[in-house]
Write a protein that binds this ligand. Structure first.
Ligand SMILES: Cc1cc2nc3c(=O)[nH]c(=O)nc-3n(C[C@H](O)[C@H](O)[C@H](O)COP(=O)(O)OP(=O)(O)OC[C@H]3O[C@@H](n4cnc5c(N)ncnc54)[C@H](O)[C@@H]3O)c2cc1C
Length: 403
């Protein structure tokens, strides 16, 4: 979303800097082996395509209906876009934002070029290799996402007892169990925790692996009891907006109902404690309702992600009490609508801190139903607000020009 927001701003003539702590789209790259559920036309903007075509008349975007791997989306759209003339000089990779503040400085420390009524944000950034600098901005658009802040294995996404000490060995995400990470999981005892789409993807891949490596044993821990549902561990109706997401949920639920010796599903259970037995090289896991602990070779935590507000801790970007969701944006865009149609109201983009905006997955506190199309709508609405022209829609304008 940062790349798309930066591009929109550049088209409007704003001066822009995009800070990225690693490489462009680093969180998407981390799950590069996974197939995206949206077709390509829902993962790009008309503005992005126009910029790429203007840069290189020979640019051939993926087919509009193609269902790309995450890595292909990066290679064929996001990275080339970040290298177009409008953005190339503005994207600062390997530059991590440590803090965004509104400094109240004594006169002698104030920025040399500051106006007396200067109310800009001070951005403290850390460059790869260590040095820190401070820079200034009138408007901050926080698109830092949520994937850097996974929930823990314990009840409600909390850390289980002892989890901190063994975090480095747990995979918080969807590993490539059929590819690069195969040896880590084949013929092993694997614990999967969670009941969202990441858990669905992990389970589907592990079941495939177990067909090829029959001694693989998978235990799937789901905190919900499943009483009164015919679905299975993943609540399918939750993903009503996106048929591909529903297909993923249904496939995982089918495996859960099939009840093989290789997949043991435990609804209504949570992880209470985890320890590492270095001699046996196994995790010793205590479930909340179990008399004795169990042993696992690998743990995959798919318990969701949360919005972390550490970078703007001193600003009035107050947090909601639940799940770290952002103020005014906490409810999922689709919530409250029977049809599941988007209902992203522009005023939800406003935070109590003037000129500080949160877009993208962070704006919904890590709700896994957030789609790129939601983010593009947020960008359009936001620049309508910033520029005081609510009707402004560069995406539609560019689409019309292209016809
Ligand atoms: C397996 C998987 C499949 C998906 N498939 C689809 C799909 O088919 N369709 C769809 O619409 N959505 C899909 N999504 C969701 C989509 O990827 C996210 O909604 C999207 O990536 C959110 O974008 P974002 O910019 O909010 O956050 P991110 O993509 O997480 O980007 C945040 C960026 O900010 C950087 N960053 C974080 N903190 C700092 C800091 N302090 N300083 C500097 N940089 C920082 C990160 O390195 C990262 O590059 C999928 C997600 C997953 C995990």
């Amino acid at each position: 979303m940062g790349i798309e927001a930066g591009l929109y701003a550049r088209y409007l003539g704003y001066s822009v800097v995009i800070y990225e702590q690693r490489e462009v789209a680093s969180h998407v790259r981390a799950c590069g082996h996974l197939r995206l559920f949206s077709p390509f036309h829902q993962l790009r903007s008309t503005l992005g395509l126009a910029a790429l075509r203007a840069q290189d008349p020979d640019y051939r975007p993926p087919d509009e209906t193609a269902q790309l791997l995450a890595q292909q989306w990066v290679d064929q759209y996001l990275r080339p876009l970040s290298r177009t003339d409008l953005l190339a000089d503005e994207v600062r990779c390997h530059t991590r934002v440590l803090a965004v503040e509104r400094p109240v400085l004594p006169a002698e420390e104030a920025a040399a070029d500051a106006e007396p009524d200067d109310n800009r944000f001070r951005i403290v950034v850390e460059h790869a290799g260590g040095p820190q600098t401070q820079e200034w901005a009138d408007v901050v658009i926080d698109c830092t996402g949520v994937y850097g802040h996974p929930n823990g294995c314990g009840a409600g996404g909390s850390l289980a007892r002892g989890e901190c000490a063994v975090r480095a060995g747990i995979v918080y995400g969807v590993p490539d169990v059929l590819g690069a990470a195969r040896v880590r999981y084949a013929e092993r005892r694997v614990l999967v925790v969670g009941s969202g789409l990441s858990a669905a993807a992990s389970i589907i891949a592990l079941v495939k692996l177990a067909h090829r490596a029959p001694e693989t044993r998978v235990t799937w821990i789901v905190s919900e009891t499943l009483e009164g549902t015919t679905d299975g561990p993943i609540p399918v109706a939750r993903y009503a907006r996106c048929p591909e997401q529903q297909r993923l949920a249904l496939a995982a639920n089918r495996h859960a109902r099939a009840g093989t010796t290789q997949l043991d599903v435990r609804p209504g259970t949570t992880v209470a404690a985890i320890e590492w037995d270095s001699q046996a090289e196994q995790y010793v896991v205590q479930f909340a309702d179990a008399p004795s602990p169990e042993r696992y070779d690998q743990i995959i935590a798919n318990t969701g992600y949360r919005a972390d507000h550490a970078v703007c801790a001193t600003l009035r970007v107050a947090q909601r009490p639940v799940a770290g969701a952002s103020p005014g944006l906490g409810e999922h865009p689709a919530e409250g609508t029977e049809t599941g149609q988007r209902e992203l109201r522009p005023e939800r983009l406003l935070t109590p801190e003037p000129n500080y905006y949160i877009l993208g997955s962070k704006s919904v506190g890590g709700d896994g139903r957030f789609l790129i199309t939601d983010g593009l709508q947020q960008i359009r609405d936001l620049f309508g607000i910033i520029g005081g022209r609510r009707e402004l829609d560069l995406y539609a304008t560019v689409a019309k020009l292209a016809q």
